[in-house]
Ligand binder design. Structure first.
Ligand code: NCD
Length: 309
């Protein structure tokens, strides 16, 4: 039986290297099977609820596609239901109510850090954290590592630059935790001082990963295998003037990249705003759309582990 059978997925720190490798192999095999058939039957009769109380495009859709491709059923807690939250219903009551209908799995996104862990205490169905405020986004880390593995053929012995809003972003923390399970990984955090990676993240990877911080991407491009760009999390700034001041402080363009002898693979969890210009899309190193597509296979593999094996 999978170690993840019936488990909640709250933090990328819960993933061992073995479990990630087996999810990646499963994702490859689901991808192959879906080449022949549109709908598989691993999750026939299973019901997933997607409960997204913060905006989402890719994550919600890829979870829904993943479950439907596995033959399962999806019920989306849509904007109409969010009406009762507007009426004042607490997050805890909403989770209790949804869980009471007896779904097999609940995928949750909420603006408060720690919300997915709170939901897991209340619900009897397994909870998947699809983003809890600035804290974590563990399934994004899985698809990021899966993309690296497919593109580079390995996750060990690589140098990854993580750039952008490392303070308010939840993908840099989960990505760092997942990378820390592999050997010989170096991370360079690239951000203006105000947006550098949170201390608590560094404390958790200390001794497992070699890391350093820089302010300018130009300083490090040639040593990177991957440049992982993230957007400024406008919605998490308490001071919008600070957002306006910082938003132009790093922008990756094709002209910038072409100045260097070696261009790393470019990744981004998307959505992008100004930090990654569209002309980069034409470079063979641009991998962010492939990365988004990988989300369906990786999430299907994870759901299969939690529900069936
Ligand atoms: C990210 C998120 O929601 O944290 N998006 C995603 O899930 N693909 C990144 C972001 O919103 O900047």
């Amino acid at each position: 039986m999978s170690q993840l059978y019936c488990r909640d997925i709250i933090s990328a720190l819960e993933f061992s290297r073995d479990i990630m490798d087996s999810i990646f192999e499963e994702a490859d095999s689901i991808r192959r099977e879906l080449g022949g058939k549109k709908i598989l039957d691993y999750c026939k009769d299973k019901i997933m609820v997607t409960l997204f109380l913060e905006p989402s495009t890719r994550t919600r859709l890829s979870f829904q596609f993943a479950m439907i491709r596995l033959g399962g059923i999806v019920i989306d807690f849509g904007l109409e239901q969010a009406a009762s939250i507007v009426k004042g219903e607490s997050f805890e009551d909403t989770v209790k109510m949804v869980d009471g209908y007896n779904p097999d799995i609940i995928v949750i996104r909420h603006r408060e850090p720690g919300s997915a862990a709170r939901a897991a205490e209340i619900a009897s169905a397994p909870i998947i954290n699809a983003g809890d405020g600035w804290n974590e986004h563990p399934t994004q880390a899985l698809l990021d590592l899966y993309t690296i593995r497919r593109e580079l053929g390995r996750i060990d012995n690589i140098t990854v630059g993580i750039m952008g809003d490392l303070r308010y972003g939840r993908t840099p923390s989960s990505l760092s935790y997942a990378l820390s399970r592999y050997r010989g990984v170096r991370i360079v955090y690239i951000a203006p001082k105000e947006l550098q990676i949170r201390r608590e993240v560094l404390d958790k990877i200390d001794g497992l990963v070699e890391f350093r911080m820089v302010e300018k991407v130009e300083e490090v491009i040639e040593e990177l295998d991957i440049l992982y760009v993230t957007r400024l999390q406008r919605e998490r700034f308490s001071d919008l003037a600070e957002y306006e001041r910082l938003k132009g402080s790093y922008i990756v363009t094709s002209d910038l990249l072409k100045k260097f002898k070696r261009i790393p693979l470019i990744m981004h969890p998307l959505p992008r705003v100004d930090e990654l210009s569209r002309d980069v899309d034409l470079l063979p190193e641009a991998k962010y759309f492939a990365q988004a597509e990988n989300g369906v296979y990786v999430r299907a593999a994870l759901i299969k582990h939690i529900l069936t094996i």
